[in-house]
Design a protein around this ligand. Structure first.
Ligand code: MTE
Length: 322
């Protein structure tokens, strides 16, 4: 694994390392929704109590439950330091709440991850509506440490707690015509400020995988992180994690999974098709139209690594695209 940390580079301020990725992306989001930067800055005022509070516990808007301790699955070695929990929990992409990454966890006050149901239907033999805690009881849980590579050239390494998506697929038994899975996140503009303020975005957030991608051993439905249930800002109570793809494919707070015979429309691909592809496999050789994907910066430490094709998971996933 190429570790190319160079002090001179990682000491540069953020805006000099990923200037387009972070800054332009936000601008584009605002442009799409017809808002000026000034209007936005005023619209996400952080409550003072939150702003002043510290400690990991306070970075979870809703209280999380400790999960039974599990050994980390050794099949997926990482060879990079874990990202600090607090750093990961306070720098999030969750546009339903805020386009300001540092502000997401503070904008989630009204969001509750319990009770929560996931509807599974479409081309399956056993459709159903699952209460998230029943699902957790029924599915084989694992802890897996994965890298996550955002399309904006930042990356993190975190311990997810969850179950392989293919275990759920076995339970619902896809019909022979099923070729895609469509994932849908919640739509509650009453509690999600982003959905209310930016009605022109194609809410609810949706994502899609081919049946074969979904059945890949890496595809995980995460219900926890760092040994406790998923806090809202990480996509509680249940999210997809597909670590060989850019982070936007890892849809948060899933309420429905539909098996279909057509490729589903997805949130970012619908909003900005020239910038966010449907497949979104991590690839250092394919630049984003506005920035290079050759390198990535670790959250928290600022270490710079060379981006790897399929985010380093090619031995397990390249066959899908052969
Ligand atoms: N899911 C929903 N519903 N809404 C979002 O805005 N952002 C995506 C993805 N899942 C997003 C989402 C993006 S761009 C990234 S990089 C990851 O979530 C970030 O996950 P994290 O905040 O847990 O690090």
């Amino acid at each position: 694994m190429a570790f190319i940390r160079k002090n001179k580079i990682w000491r540069l301020p953020d805006h000099e390392i990923t200037p387009e990725a972070v800054f332009q992306n936000r601008r584009e989001f605002l442009r799409l929704m017809g808002f000026s930067t000034t209007a936005l800055a005023a619209s996400f005022i952080v409550p003072r109590a939150w702003a002043k509070s510290g400690g990991e516990e306070s970075a979870r808007a809703e209280k999380t439950r400790v999960l039974p301790r599990l050994e980390t699955n050794p099949a997926y070695p990482i060879r990079r330091p874990l990202t600090s929990e607090r750093v990961a929990a306070t720098y999030n992409n969750f546009y339903e709440f805020s386009p300001e990454k540092e502000g997401v966890w503070q904008a989630m006050g009204g969001f509750k991850t319990r009770p929560w149901q996931v509807r599974i239907g479409g081309l399956v033999n056993k459709p159903g509506v699952y209460d998230i805690d029943d699902l957790i009881r029924q599915m084989p849980m694992e802890e897996r440490v994965y890298r996550l590579r955002c399309v904006e050239a930042w990356a993190m390494v975190v311990p997810w707690y969850g179950f392989p998506l293919r275990e759920l697929m076995k339970t619902v038994a896809p019909k022979s015509g099923a070729t895609y899975l469509k994932f849908t996140s919640f739509y509650q503009p009453g509690i999600a400020p982003g959905q209310k303020r930016y009605p022109r975005m194609p809410w609810p957030y949706t994502e899609g995988l081919s049946l074969d991608e979904a059945a890949n051993e890496l595809s995980l439905l995460a219900i926890g992180i760092y040994g406790h249930t998923l806090p809202g800002q990480h996509g509680g109570p249940v999210r997809l994690v597909v670590p060989w793809k850019y982070g936007y494919k890892s849809i948060k707070s899933v309420v429905a999974i539909e098996f279909t015979d057509t490729r589903p429309a997805t949130f970012w691909n619908t909003a900005l098709p020239d910038e966010y592809g449907y497949e979104a496999n991590v690839d250092p050789d394919v630049p984003h139209p506005r920035w290079s994907q050759r390198r990535e910066k670790m959250l928290g430490t600022g270490e710079i690594y060379a981006t790897q094709k399929f985010n380093g998971y090619g031995d397990l996933t390249a066959y899908l695209y052969a």
